[in-house]
Design a protein around this ligand. Sequence first.
Ligand SMILES: Nc1nc2c(ncn2[C@@H]2O[C@@H]3COP(=O)(O)O[C@H]4[C@@H](O)[C@H](n5cnc6c(=O)[nH]c(N)nc65)O[C@@H]4COP(=O)(O)O[C@H]3[C@H]2O)c(=O)[nH]1
Length: 695
Amino acid sequence: MISIRLKNLSIRIKLLLAQGLVTVSALMVLLAIVLGYGYTSFRNDLYKDLDTQATIIERSSSAAILFGDKNTTNEILSTLKLMSSINRAYIFHEGALLANYEKEGIAKPHRQLDGKVILQALKHQRSSFNTHMLIKDIVFDGRVIGTLFIEANLDKLNTRLSLLILAVAIAAMMGLILSLLVSIKINKFLTQPILSLTSLVGKVSNTHDYSVRSHLLTQDEIGSLAKGINSMLISIEQRDEQLETELAKQKETEKALDRLAYFDTITQLPNRHFFNQQLPKKIAEAARFNKICCLMFIDLDDFKVVNDTYGHRIGDQLLAEVGQRLKNKLKSGDEVFRIGGDEFAILISDNNQFSHARELATKVIHDCAEKFIINNNDLYIGISIGISGSTQPTIQAADLLRSADNAMYRAKNEGKNNFKFFSKEIDDESHFRHYLENALRGALSRNEFEVFYQPIVNLRTEQIVGFEALLRWHEPIYGDISPAVFIPCAERIGVILPIGEWVLREACLQQKQLRDEFGFDFIMNVNLSGRQLREFDVVHKILDIVSETGINPSSLNIELTESVLMDNSQSTINKFHALRAAGVSISIDDFGTGYSSLSYLKRFPINTIKIDRSFIMDIAHDSEDQAITLAIIALANTLKLTVVAEGVETQEQKRILRLNNCEKAQGYLFSKPLPSTALRDTIESFLQPLYDQTA
Ligand SMILES: Nc1nc2c(ncn2[C@@H]2O[C@@H]3COP(=O)(O)O[C@H]4[C@@H](O)[C@H](n5cnc6c(=O)[nH]c(N)nc65)O[C@@H]4COP(=O)(O)O[C@H]3[C@H]2O)c(=O)[nH]1
């Protein structure tokens, strides 16, 4: 307990106690030595005086003793009264008390007692604290003639000793006080640096301020300790700075990662990940305030064309600019996200029957229709928007998104660059689309497809020179569905690959059959979708079917739309060359409707241009359509390409085309697409005039 208390005392008190203890111990030893010495020296003086006195009495009394002279010996003894320290003295001669001296106030021995008895009793008396006994034989001429007994008191010795103790005690007290004062000074001097270091360390631990330093510059151990603490503080400060820098770096990295995780690097807009988190929150928030949570799904129209024509870098810049234009039109509380390649979404809270959504959609469509200037290129882009909304907290984010997506799909189908609100009709349409997608997956195995063939006629001879294979789907519930509806659907879900392969095989088999029947190599035109063309082994597949069915490769013509040619990658060009090298010819379908770039006519090894029906339709009444058609025919003739006019329905259209050197035509004027069973008769009917002429 005490040791714990001692341990907890301050170093200054501990030092003071230690020094006090040492001082007191030293003083005690000194006191003991001084007192011991004083006592011994005082006693020796007393004993010496007593011995001298005894010797004087011995010498002066020996004659009187020999003669038994009591009076003289008593007189001699009575001289002792001058010495206050002698209590009594006795001289014995031959066993009898001869003379005696007692100081006043001291008890006298019994006179009647025998001298021998008294002597014996005196001999047995011991010196005490207050008295000292001296017994001395009185010798004369070498013979003991008597005995001298002196009893002295030690009063004088005790008085001197007391005085000495007092003096030494005072000196010791003064020494102690002096030593205390000096100790305090020394302690202060010694402990001050330690205390200042302690307070420094305390300050650092309380404030965590590692910039403070000790200014102790002594060369002793405390100076070394101060230096050690200073260098420790410097290390901590440096480590702190390092840690702070690392922490700042780490925060920066976290921020950057956060940005990467939640923001799109191209547009700097929040990305799909962020959108997926925000949408459910916005739904709940809108429901809480009885507002409509409104979602706009935005898709750029034909963005792929920009990418393919100008490259991805310009495509990316266009996306960034579109993102900026969308952002500029937002009201506070609206948020725009880039949720896919060319897809954006805007989340808005609309409490007024979608009025804000309608206004915003109109504005952004108008704004994005303005020219974009990117790297000195003038670019134009349309946007199609689907809008969905709900006040229900229970609506699933995925459902709201799907609805907006379906509305956008509808906006695209209705001519692009506009917006559509999700509706019951769109919902039905999307259900129908999903139904079709599911039904399409099994249609081939259920034999629901049939290939129809539309004759292609030589306008000069008016004879069938070929056919275009056109797919028909006899869907059990909805009946015949237009390829314009189900082909894009089949492309989207990927089943176009087996279906396209099947059509090609059917068409080739049909070609072979007609050749065998009529001894004429009709050209069989087969449509190939962009999705099929992107397959790396498409050329092998086509040529395999050609050799497998045994047709002449030159009787096969692959029809591709202009948009397919936008992918002018080397691998696509190589595929074209491989087909041409094998003897297969290639047509550009719907020429004039896509992004006609005449440069691809030079780049791709094309044989035939098919003028789109939309130009032929009004060729007889619309001078512009006629001018375009005639220009295409002239161009094809100059480039030594075969030209086929599509959708010829009237004699007048036929006349104009023939007059302007259009080589071939196809259309209802000649024949609708026919099932294979009707081909024989149709061919025969075209041949009939020839038979008639030769008949
Ligand atoms: N109003 C009118 N229409 C005429 C006339 N002459 C022909 N047509 C129609 O025009 C379309 C011509 O085919 P397309 O431009 O290649 O356009 C085709 C083609 O792009 C695509 N398609 C059809 N079969 C296949 C196929 O097997 N594979 C691929 N990838 N696409 C196909 O579906 C499109 C539509 O095919 P269909 O509905 O069969 O429609 C056919 C045909 O029935 C006419 O005088 N007047």
